[in-house]
Design a protein around this ligand. Structure first.
Ligand code: GLU
Length: 330
């Protein structure tokens, strides 16, 4: 199958052939630190959209980061525009959607799917069994649920709210990573959907915002595959359909195998830009990482778009090393 195409726009029988408008989104978190790994994911997402006829929405995920410094949202958009990316509607700021997030909570609460929970991290930790190696999240086991569950009203009164996670696998097809089976009950357990800060948790915000924008195509790093299981669960709990089509791409990592981060040096797009690196340098490096070229060489965005082929893109993680940095800045 051509993973860039969209076979699920097939028309129901007896309907006029009006193709469904496919919509994707670029969803940066405004941390001020978009790095080469983010650049690669956004370039691939954008190029797929432009060659497949998807609309591109821009959503700045300001709920996904603890503190948003003044000017950082503008900076994030400017960095992506500098790379040459464009989008088809005005940027949406996630925190502007608080009402829709709360309405989704009301739906979940009325259906008895969520409950308020004020257990602290250490209480949860003490009750959890031995944490597995490499596990980053504490599992919230069913035994910690309150005794009284059931339909209720949602009130945003300074506690976390958790989703009741039924045991069982969530199965979904990923058009890049293949068939996925995720078991959120065994993994994270009852996860937080509303935080005591008074705003939606990432998992809920993403689902509500994607549904509101009519997003049908999601392309992002494969560290979010696990989250996709939780998000599919939320689509189902909220009765939202169709569920989006996912493509989770391998990450760019440092030589130590860890996700690209500060310890690997300053790989922020803005830092390279400040050193005089051109967009074609960053795009050229990403083209090499995507298997478009056999060697690093500058490339413009139109060529990247036209030559990108997910069928030949390496399925393993990309390793960023000193040679990459030296080539960019050399
Ligand atoms: N804002 C998230 C990030 O930058 C992306 C979330 C998503 O694509 O669902 O990591």
């Amino acid at each position: 199958m051509d993973v860039g195409e969209n076979p699920d726009s097939a028309q129901p029988e007896g309907h006029a052939a009006v193709a469904r408008q496919e919509i994707t989104r670029l969803a940066p978190s405004p941390t001020g630190a978009l790095h080469l790994g983010n650049a690669r994911t956004f370039l691939v997402n954008w190029a797929l959209a432009r060659t497949s006829g998807w609309r591109v929405a821009m959503r700045v995920e300001d709920l996904d980061t603890p503190r948003v410094k003044p000017g950082v949202i503008e900076q994030t958009l400017d960095t992506l525009a500098w790379l040459g990316l464009d989008w088809d509607s005005d940027p949406v700021i996630q925190s502007d959607h608080a009402e829709a997030h709360a309405a989704a909570m009301e739906t979940l609460a009325r259906a008895g799917r969520v409950y308020p929970c004020d257990l602290t991290r250490s209480e949860i930790e003490a009750a959890a069994s031995a944490p597995h190696e490499g596990e980053r999240e504490q599992r919230f086991p069913p035994g910690l649920r309150p005794n009284t569950l059931g339909p209720r009203a949602f009130d945003d009164a300074g506690t976390n709210w958790r989703l009741i996670v039924e045991p069982g696998e969530i199965v979904f097809e990923d058009r890049f990573a293949g068939a996925q089976r995720v078991d959120p009950g065994a993994g994270v357990g009852d996860f937080v959907v509303w935080t005591k800060r008074g705003s939606a948790a990432y998992q809920l915000a993403v689902v509500v915002d994607d549904a509101a924008a009519g997003v049908t195509q999601i392309v992002r790093g494969d560290d979010l595959i696990d989250s996709a299981g939780r998000q599919v669960m939320l689509y189902r709990a909220l009765g939202i359909s169709p569920e989006p089509t996912y493509r989770h791409l391998p990450l760019v990592r440092g030589a130590d195998g860890k996700r690209l981060a500060k310890r690997h040096g300053d790989t922020r797009i803005d830092a390279y830009r400040a050193q005089g690196v051109e967009p074609s340098g960053i795009i050229g490096l990403c083209a090499y990482w995507c298997g478009i070229t056999a060697d690093r060489s500058p490339m413009d965005l139109a060529e990247f778009r036209d030559r990108l082929d997910l069928n030949t893109m390496p399925r393993s993680d990309v390793v960023f090393g000193p040679e990459d940095d030296a080539w960019l800045t050399g």
